[in-house]
Design a protein around this ligand. Structure first.
Ligand SMILES: *Cc1c(COP(=O)(O)O)cnc(C)c1O
Length: 463
């Protein structure tokens, strides 16, 4: 048939917009509905011209318009279901905040606040004061400050305390912490001169001693976070470093990474230095993340001796790295939970997920399997598997937490295909693949995730 006749068969924009099936879209956002209709019709027109095919049915056109509408209207930053079992998944935004922290952030977002206002005397206040008292109370440090993230905290501390001098660090601690944060590069950025001592596997206090010159500004210790030295090794202890710093009048700074604040040994979680213990040893300035093991919002927390924290707080770079009111509100609420460690484990999702017992995880996996079997009939085969979950976020690299998962097998669909479909679902689900089967690790499922996961999975099986 002739091209023009085919094109004439395509409905007009208005005719489609008046279709009863389009009523909801038009009601939600007429302009977007018109744009999507035009775009879909234009594509059909091009297909007709290039391939001389019959125009698609009206039902098909409307379903395509709806699909476009939903895609265009959707936020870019979306909620996803984390079924990977990795509690601190950096690509999934690390810590999930407690209810109290979420409420506090929403309050701050939608209101005026006393962020930098002293309600007692009506004068100017400091934004850091909303959390510095709590941080002192919990960590035992003399003073505290909060900036945008721990990378910023390290850069700031080095810039203020060592820009014009040398910083001594062990070769075993010149690490890269994912996301292009490399200690030597951050040190260079701050202006301090890096003085490496020891070897990759062995560093002694005498190595630091021998490297001290009149230009030495800092002794730096960096927690290697995402890796561990094992075998023929020797590391200098914090106590030795503090003793040397004291004797020679040189400040000691430690980048702790994670912000571990309570003892979780009874849950099998060891190997991460606690902030309080390092403060007690006399480290002058410590930095750590707000959104790793601490389980709060993204932030870089700096605690230590008052005279150093005051110098840091007054530096112009601090202004450039400052945190906003929502972060401070969420951080304050998170820190408050730490006043009662048992309560913190219950309240802070990161801690709760880390300490979840294999028995609890097993029963959750059994329940999920039953739900999936009920909803998905016989489309797939499910079984319960004993697995382990890494912690993630560059924390506790040697720990594999015993966990349980539901393994999903579908005759006709490869695990990788199923994983991709789940990732692209309306509510995206991130899973793990092991031995060519798809695994849902229940450790990181949040309350209420199960039903939506089942819906996403049933759609993924239909595709
Ligand atoms: C994670 C980490 C950082 C970076 O912290 P962010 O909060 O991600 O900026 C720096 N140092 C160490 C040792 C870390 O583990």
């Amino acid at each position: 048939m002739e091209e023009n006749n085919l094109l004439r068969k395509l409905p007009a924009v208005d005719a489609i917009l008046q279709h009863p099936e389009m009523k909801e879209l038009v009601g939600t956002d007429r302009t977007l509905a018109v744009n999507c209709t035009r775009r879909v019709l234009e594509r059909c027109r091009r297909d007709i011209i290039s391939r001389r095919i019959e125009p698609p049915s009206r039902e098909y056109l409307i379903s395509e318009i709806k699909r476009h509408f939903v895609e265009t209207n959707r936020s870019s930053l979306r909620r996803v279901i984390n079924a990977t079992g990795i509690v601190l998944h950096t690509n999934l935004g690390r810590a999930v905040l407690s209810h109290a922290a979420c409420r506090a952030a929403v309050m701050a977002a939608g209101s005026y606040t006393n962020l930098e206002y002293n309600l007692v005397d009506g004068g100017r206040g400091r934004r850091y004061d909303h959390v510095s008292g709590l941080l002192q109370e919990i960590t035992g440090a003399e003073a505290a400050l909060v900036v945008n993230n721990n990378a910023a905290a390290v850069l700031l501390v080095l810039s203020v305390l060592a820009a014009r001098g040398e910083t001594i660090i062990s070769r075993g601690q010149l690490v890269e912490i994912g996301g292009s944060f490399r200690i030597p590069e951050v040190m260079a950025q701050s202006g301090t001169r890096l003085v490496e001592v020891g070897t990759t596997n062995k560093t002694y206090i005498s190595d630091y001693e021998a490297a001290i010159t009149p230009d030495t500004a800092l002794l730096l210790k960096v927690h290697p976070s995402n890796f561990r030295l094992r075998g023929f090794t020797h590391e200098v202890t914090t106590a030795e470093l503090v003793e040397l710093g004291r004797a020679r009048g040189i400040p000691v700074v430690e980048d702790l990474g994670s912000g571990f604040l309570i003892d979780l040994e009874e849950y099998g979680i060891t190997g991460e230095p606690a902030v309080q213990a390092e403060v007690k040893l006399g480290v002058d300035v410590l930095t750590f993340s707000g959104d790793k093991l601490l389980g709060g919002p993204q932030a870089g927390i700096i605690v230590g001796r008052e005279k150093f924290i005051d110098r840091i707080a007054g530096h112009p770079l601090t202004r450039a790295l400052r945190v906003d009111k929502m972060t401070l509100a969420a951080l304050e609420a998170t820190l408050k939970a730490y006043r009662n460690p048992e309560g913190a484990i219950e309240e802070i999702p990161t801690l709760k997920a880390l300490v979840a017992s294999p028995e609890i995880l097993h029963s959750r996996a059994v329940k999920l399997k039953e739900l999936l079997e009920k909803i998905l009939d016989s489309q797939a085969c499910f079984d319960i598997q004993k697995i382990t979950s890494p912690v993630g976020g560059g924390s506790l690299p040697l720990i594999e937490l015993p966990s349980w998962g539901v393994c999903v097998k579908v005759e006709t669909v490869a695990a990788a295909t199923l994983a991709r479909r789940l990732r692209q679902a309306d509510t995206p689900v991130l899973t793990r693949i092991k031995d060519d089967s798809l695994i849902i690790d229940v450790r990181t499922l949040l309350p209420g995730d199960e039903k939506e996961l089942a819906i996403s999975l049933s759609r993924a099986l239909e595709d």
